[in-house]
Design a protein around this ligand. Structure first.
Ligand code: A3P
Length: 296
């Protein structure tokens, strides 16, 4: 099986103009027709916003802080990624989700206009976790280097342009965050920022808990904070993706749990890139009412 899988190549396609993995496009009908359940919880993010972190936080809230139960399986099994179709024989996110007992926690990177309509029909609660674009870009650059399912990012110079113009899997960061932000008045969406979570995890974990209709003691919340800290998740084989083989995710190049900070972009952006970025950011975000911090 390993031999067969080693030969796969990352291909890209488009759905309604959004670049998605070729395998996602091939399976698009089954993804778009995904049947949500009323008690599902959906975690939606642009790639590298800290999805895995939020997956663990939500799971541990549901497990009432029981870290032992949290370790029952790797994050990507506990929380199926519905728009992902990994190389065979690994099951697709849709297949994993279909066999799961309720309540399910699900993950998506889809921009809001591509979300399977069933989520809205069932009025599913969505936690949208957002991270500033500069740090997302840096994190995504390393991730595309190590993740063989994704296209090679090329040089940092080239990647900078590709990211800004949305020539990366799941498309334009700006459209993604603004699309989900604007839907908050129509749907049950909790918007949480990565930077806020770094600044005060207890405060933000409590927001998620309340949104999910749970009432946990401060002691339990402290425990969740501890087990979802960067260091704990980096050391935990169920959360650090070390169960994924090297030929799919080559963590010898760069670890999945890489830095987990706000402002690492400063060690990657040139002065010129920063000016270009800030101009683009102003143009795209103006009037959206959505503000990101790029440093704490
Ligand atoms: P860096 O590459 O900047 O370190 P995703 O899960 O969406 O792929 O996001 C991965 C990013 O979230 C990585 O960012 C990773 O280090 C960071 N991350 C994961 N768990 C974290 C945690 N517990 N605390 C802070 N950052 C975390």
């Amino acid at each position: 099986i390993a031999k067969k899988m080693e030969s796969f190549e990352a291909t890209m396609g488009h759905i309604e103009g959004v670049p998605l993995l070729g395998s996602t496009c091939d399976a698009w009908d089954s993804i778009y027709n995904f049947q949500a359940r009323g008690d599902d919880i959906l975690i939606a993010t642009y790639p590298k916003a800290g999805t895995t972190w939020m997956q663990e936080i939500v799971d541990l809230i549901l497990q009432e802080g029981d870290a032992q139960k949290g370790r029952r399986a790797p994050t990507y099994i506990k929380v199926p990624f519905i728009d992902m179709v990994p190389p065979k024989p690994m099951p697709s996110g849709v297949e994993l989700a279909q066999t799961m007992k309720s309540p399910r926690v699900l993950k998506t990177h889809l921009p809001i206009n591509l979300l399977p309509p069933s989520f809205w029909e069932k009025n599913v609660k969505v936690v949208y976790f957002a991270r500033n674009a500069k740090d997302c870009m840096v994190s995504y650059y390393y991730f595309q280097k190590i993740n063989k399912v994704l296209p090679d990012p090329g040089t940092w110079e080239n990647y900078f342009s590709a990211f800004l113009s949305g020539h990366v899997p799941w498309g334009i960061w700006f459209d993604h965050v603004i699309g989900w932000w604007k839907a908050m008045d129509k749907h049950q969406i909790l918007f949480i920022f990565y930077e806020d979570m770094i600044e005060d995890p207890m405060r933000e974990i409590r927001k998620v808990m309340k949104f999910l209709g749970k009432d946990l003691s401060d002691g339990v919340l402290e425990n969740i904070k501890y087990h979802t800290s960067f260091q704990a998740m980096k050391e935990n084989p169920m959360t650090n993706n070390s169960t994924i083989p090297n030929f799919v995710l080559d963590q010898t190049i760069s670890p999945f749990m890489r830095k987990g900070t706000v402002g690492d972009w400063k060690t990657h952006f040139s002065v010129a890139q920063n000016i270009i970025f800030d101009e683009e950011y102003k143009k795209k975000m103006e009037g959206s009412g959505l503000n990101f911090r790029t440093e704490l």
